[in-house]
Design a protein around this ligand. Structure first.
Ligand code: LMR
Length: 400
């Protein structure tokens, strides 16, 4: 029955982890997937999450089904975390927020909703470059996707001019995907005044902004600062979509907990959208898992736990900043001829090193250091014990 099925390629990101696991070398380092590690290179369970789990355990809760769109208390808390306590859309009940299977689930439900219910231009415009799964989700749903200029390899920075020029040629009504903060893979975000310009141009071109906010807290160490762009767009009167994830900022990777929001023009539209989203979800996975959302709800609703969580996020963000400094110092100390300032200029979990595919292949083969082919490294995988080794390896492969 299945003889026609061909071998597919490994995933561009998760395939790197698969290759890393097979490597027997004691020197191996995984800088592929964006998963936070502590300074001992171990997965990190946030103290706020641990405390929340203990509280939840003591409540002896049952395992009944969640509603199709997830728990309403969770949805309200998460919407406020993204859109802000002063969000007009929330106050006017113009938002639809549902629990999803992390950020990917939010994108998949959101894009599928677009495929089924969006009556304008169904093109999705993605930044160049973007997270490898964005185009894949579009492909799976047969939604056309195109690229707009975002990253300038000459400056290692944001290409505002190129970005605005490209946005001006996007057909009205199309969807523009924006990384809300800590752009993946480049670690380059627009500055606040650049976001303002983007908001104006996107509004003028009548595009639907779809924010992917998988790293709230990782850009600046502060969840409110990192939501600046989303909140600005809402304040500027955009209707928008928002994907959120608690994989990174609560370390709840395997819990698959996130959210999808729509900011609509009015309450009636919001009610219609909610009804259709429920129909969509019912056919996909019926209703979401309950454990992760309980943890998020406990943390966001309990003032002490919430304060602890904000410290936990800051601690993770600060460790990454520290590793960026050490990595840059380590490469420069060896007298490397290239410029490495972008390592410390870029923000969030990733550094877009500028390593070429052949250098990536060499650093993996000779040094057992694993990263994606585009030269992205997850700085979260660097620790005090391996930073020097990684610096040496980068120096070596860029010097010969
Ligand atoms: C990444 O970009 O490494 C993360 O978002 C993990 C993933 O699922 O790709």
């Amino acid at each position: 029955f299945w003889s026609n099925v061909q071998m597919g390629p490994p995933d561009v990101i998760l395939g790197v982890t698969e290759a890393f696991k097979k490597d027997k070398s004691p020197k191996k380092v995984n800088l592929g997937v964006g998963a936070y590690r502590d300074d001992n290179n171990k997965p990190y369970i946030l103290p706020s999450v641990r405390q929340a789990e203990e509280i939840i355990f003591k409540k002896c809760l049952n395992h009944e089904y969640a509603p199709i769109g997830g728990d309403a208390t969770y949805a309200n808390l998460v919407a406020k975390l993204g859109l802000g306590d002063n969000s007009l859309a929330i106050k006017e009940k113009r938002n639809v927020t549902i629990q999803t299977l992390s950020g990917t689930g939010a994108l998949r439900v959101g894009f599928e909703f677009i495929a089924n219910h969006y009556s304008h231009s169904k093109e999705i415009w993605l930044p160049a470059p973007t997270w490898g799964n964005h185009p894949q989700i579009c492909n799976m749903l047969r939604i056309p996707h195109k690229k707009y200029r975002y990253y300038d390899p000459r400056t290692h920075g944001f290409d505002l001019q190129g970005c605005c020029e490209d946005i001006c040629s996007i057909p009205p009504g199309s969807i523009i995907l924006l990384h809300a903060c800590a752009h993946n893979p480049t670690g380059v975000d627009p500055k606040p005044e650049e976001w303002q310009t983007l908001s104006e141009v996107i509004k003028e071109k009548k595009l639907l902004p779809f924010f992917d906010m998988a790293y709230q807290g990782f850009a600046t160490g502060n969840v409110d600062n990192d939501a600046f762009a989303v909140r600005l767009f809402e304040k500027d009167g955009h209707q928008l979509m928002l994907a959120q994830s608690f994989a990174k900022n609560m370390g709840l990777y395997g819990e698959r907990v996130g959210a999808l929001s729509f900011v609509c023009a009015d309450q009636d539209t919001a009610a219609n959208i909610m009804s259709q989203v429920k129909i969509l979800i019912r056919t996909l996975y019926s209703n979401p898992a309950i454990n992760g959302s309980r943890i998020v709800t406990e943390i966001l609703s309990n003032p002490e736990l919430r304060a602890q969580w904000l410290c936990d996020v800051k601690e993770m963000a600060d460790r990454i900043i520290n590793m960026r400094k050490k990595l840059r110092e380590g490469i420069e100390r060896r007298g490397n001829k290239l410029k490495w300032q972008h390592i410390t200029d870029q923000i969030g979990m990733f550094c877009y090193t500028g390593l070429k595919p052949d250098q990536v292949a060499r650093i993996t083969k000779d040094f057992h250091i694993y990263l994606t082919k585009d030269g992205r490294i997850s700085v979260a995988g660097i620790s005090s014990s391996n930073v020097d080794y990684v610096a040496e390896a980068i120096h070596k492969v860029t010097s010969s």
